[in-house]
Design a protein around this ligand. Structure first.
Ligand code: UGA
Ligand code: MN
Length: 324
């Protein structure tokens, strides 16, 4: 007699099953339509942006930034850290030649963000145009060296610290615009007159906290270099023509620092009060110890950067209308 009951039960189960399948299919169709409209919407936003680029008054720099962001989505270098290369620069006859050389090196480097700081009251067209033509990802700033600290024409170079105001401005920009632990980044001080191999940037990308390597043609030697204990792989001292007993006898071009370290030590800055020639050593002391340094460039056996200096040209006349 309980047959109809059983029949009812299985019918009910079947009905529930059918309802469930229908609901599931409806859910899938709804989800798919969401995805499609999402893609469509992104596409139409992109088209609108393209159409209204002019009316939006995007600067050339912002358009470049958009392109960089778009490219970074399908970029095979997406896992590389961003290298923040900080370059102080000032007006002299060779400025454009120096900046041309180093910007064209940077064009061969993936994932670089160039921070250029002019030692001037205002940003100049010369530097602005050079940056735009490079199509690099650039932040362009300016910070004038106070007159008292400015090197005079006849002064020997060692008499004043160079690049202090400018590097501090770049550090301030990083601290105001980046957040700790939000992405991989390495900071490198890239003077405008040195010569850099693109291999150096492959080494910089390996830095975990603070990396070091040899620098050619500096300090009265063919190269300065950290000395490495072959057994432990650690830095034990420095070969340097000048004060090798400094805590870090390393030129500005011989180290790079993880950006998170830079962000987590806001007090770390360059200063005119630092003893002459001790800027690098005092700055590095904020972040690390000799034992913690990471030797790069094949255990400090390769030179990938040279402390070159361009001769001051003797110019007796000016051809009007030519920017040099
Ligand atoms: C050496 C180091 O390599 C520098 O990194 C360090 O800043 C300098 O000593 C120092 O002890 O202050 P050196 O070749 O003598 O460098 O210095 P420069 O190349 O003349 O200047 C370093 C950076 O500062 C360059 O990028 C340069 O364009 C910039 N700078 C120089 C200015 O922005 N304004 C100036 O008046 C002079
Ligand atoms: Mn120099």
């Amino acid at each position: 007699m309980d047959l109809p009951g059983k029949f009812d039960k299985s019918m009910r189960l079947k009905r529930y099953g059918v309802c469930f399948v229908i609901l599931f299919i409806l859910f899938v169709i709804w989800k798919l339509s969401m995805i499609e409209t999402g893609v469509d919407r992104l596409q139409s936003i992109k088209e609108a942006l393209e159409l209204h680029k002019e009316t939006l008054h995007l600067s050339q720099q912002q358009v470049l930034l958009l392109e960089h962001l778009e490219n970074s989505n399908n970029n095979e270098n997406i896992n590389l850290p961003t290298i923040y290369a900080i370059t102080p620069t000032y007006w002299r006859l060779v400025q454009k030649a120096e900046l041309t050389r180093i910007s064209q090196t940077l064009m061969l480097v993936p994932n670089v963000h160039w921070i250029v700081i002019e030692d001037s009251e205002t940003k100049t067209d010369l530097v602005r145009n050079l940056i735009l033509n490079s199509k690099l990802m650039v932040t362009h700033l300016n910070a004038k060296t106070p007159p008292f600290e400015q090197l005079k024409d006849k002064d020997p170079r060692w008499k004043r610290h160079r690049g202090v105001e400018q590097r501090n401005m770049a550090l301030k920009w990083l601290r105001e615009n980046l957040k700790v632990n939000r992405g991989k980044g390495i900071v490198f001080f890239m003077d405008d007159d040195n010569t850099y191999s693109i291999k150096l940037f492959e080494e910089i990308a390996k830095v975990k906290k603070v990396g070091v390597w040899p620098v050619g043609l500096v300090g009265g030697l063919n190269a300065e270099t950290p000395i490495i204990d072959q057994k432990t792989g650690k830095v034990t001292g420095y070969k340097s023509g000048w004060k090798p007993d400094r805590p870090f006898a390393i030129d500005m071009a011989g180290f790079a620092i993880n950006v998170d370290l830079i962000l987590s030590k806001p007090e770390a800055q360059f200063s005119y009060k630092m003893e002459k020639g001790l800027q690098e050593s005092e700055f590095l002391s904020y972040f690390t110890t000799k034992e913690e340094l990471e030797p790069l460039a094949d255990n400090c056996t390769k030179v990938y950067v040279w402390h070159t200096r361009t001769e001051k040209p003797s110019v007796n006349g000016v051809v009007p209308g030519l920017e040099v």
